[in-house]
Design a protein. Structure first.
Length: 177
């Protein structure tokens, strides 16, 4: 099966978080066709297991043992990611300099329901969909403030989350294909 591992908190300036080392750990774990996509903790690979949860646990245990850091890891199948792209929760909006399309992956299903679209009073982001451990949002970058999306996501869903732009998600799926 084809999978993508999305790692939280990867900083490519840390020598132990560089793509070559991430690939090495994944290969040491016995995964095949391991490739990284840009330098922010995206690894595509093949594995025989059909349990994403078991793969997550195995990978998360390897980071501190082999590279000395902790990273919550989110494993999704190619089918799951491809389905997300095909369903296009952004309804054809563009990801550009004035606004970003963000996809946040959750470790667990949310405890509560959020009515979408949801825009806070500050108005610098909008949650457009929530489902299947994924939150999709648009971020307005034209204001002078830093959008509060990441703070809101952590307050609402906890810290076991990781976010990718829609463009990055497309690159990951392209690499899987």
């Amino acid at each position: 099966m084809e999978y993508a591992a999305l790692l939280r908190g990867i900083g490519p300036m840390n020598p132990n978080m560089r793509n070559v080392k991430l690939r090495g750990v994944m290969e040491d774990l016995g995964f095949r066709n391991v490739e990284t996509v840009i330098s922010s903790g995206n690894v595509v690979f093949d594995a025989d297991s059909s349990s994403a949860g078991a793969l997550e646990a195995k990978i998360e245990a390897a980071w501190p043992e082999q590279l000395g850091f902790q990273s919550t890891t989110f494993v999704r199948t190619r089918k799951q990611l491809q389905g997300l792209l095909e369903n296009d929760p952004f309804e054809g909006r563009d990801d550009n300099e004035s606004g970003r399309l963000q996809t946040t992956f959750l470790k667990h299903e949310p405890d509560h329901r959020i009515e979408v679209p949801f825009t806070p009073s500050e108005g610098d982001y909008t949650i457009v969909s929530v489902g299947d451990r994924v939150v999709c949002s648009t971020v307005d970058l034209t204001g002078s403030r830093t959008p509060g999306l990441m703070r809101w996501l952590e307050q609402t869903f906890g810290t076991e989350i990781t976010t990718r732009t829609w463009k990055t998600l497309n690159r990951i799926v392209q690499r899987m294909n």
